[in-house]
Ligand binder design. Structure first.
Ligand code: PXP
Length: 244
């Protein structure tokens, strides 16, 4: 089996909020992220990812509970390590949680989580999640110190941040790919499952598939964008086909 695809449906909710953030009671509210999630599953996604941000700028609490009910594959809740969102995760009980850094100003998740500086706060959340039967993934930059910190936290999964790779070209991109390869090797040696994501699209994905023991990619923006032309199911199927 090839690398598995998790589809991030946040930006379906972004379109909805563009019109309905201030008018949620309208009878016309659309598009529905749950409908998009089901279409992505029909297209071959093995999981659905959604980010409940503190400012609720796209996905809202109701979306998360509806996704938990509707998703037949698995729900991966992306979230910052804040007490409010941790409480919600412990109520929703998604299959997976991916912990990300979060600041209100950013357009999207910028750097990876700093597992060195935030070690003790992460330790508590990892324990709470583990006790609730939720698997935790840490979204980190491909840096050896972060892999070591993830290992010392006992994280079962990391998601390597591919944003720097995706934003680069030429020899800089080659160097970013080498950093990702090395990080994936270190994580595998430490017994941690390797996922990756951020900024990946139909044209930059292929070198990423050379990461050793890569299990899952989480891709959102490019699939939702492609879905505008061909629909969510086909956009997902096209990406699945590239993953082999
Ligand atoms: N993985 C994580 C941890 C993310 O924060 C994001 C962006 O929400 C993604 C994957 C998906 O990134 P993109 O939308 O660029 O495909």
């Amino acid at each position: 089996m090839g690398v598995q695809l998790g589809v991030n449906i946040d930006h379906v909710a972004t379109v909805r909020q563009a019109r309905y953030a201030l008018n949620a009671g309208s009878i016309n509210v659309e598009p529905d992220p749950v409908e998009a999630a089901l279409a992505a599953e029909r297209g071959g996604a093995v999981g659905i990812t959604a980010h409940l941000r503190q400012d609720r700028r796209h996905i809202g609490d109701v979306d998360i509970f509806r996704l938990k009910e509707a998703v037949a594959t698995k729900l991966n809740l992306e979230m910052g390590n804040s007490p409010e969102i941790v409480d919600i995760a412990l109520k929703v009980l998604p299959t997976d949680v991916c912990l990300v850094p979060e600041s209100r100003e950013e357009v999207t998740t910028e750097g990876g989580l700093d597992c060195v500086t935030n070690h003790s706060a992460l330790e508590q959340t990892l324990k709470a999640m583990r006790d609730a039967g939720i698997r935790v993934s840490l979204f980190i930059d491909p840096v050896p110190a972060q892999i070591a910190a993830a290992a010392s936290l006992g994280a079962p999964v990391i998601e390597l941040h591919t944003g720097a790779y995706a934003e680069a070209s030429g020899s800089v991109r080659d160097a970013e790919l080498v950093r990702l390869l090395e990080a994936a090797r270190l994580a595998t040696e430490a017994g941690i499952q390797v996922n990756a994501g951020h900024g990946l699209n139909y044209t930059n994905i292929s070198p990423i598939l050379t990461l050793p023991r890569l299990v899952e990619l989480n891709i959102g923006h490019s699939i939702v964008s492609r879905a505008l032309a061909v629909g969510m199911e086909t956009a997902t199927r096209e990406m699945v086909a590239l993953l082999g």
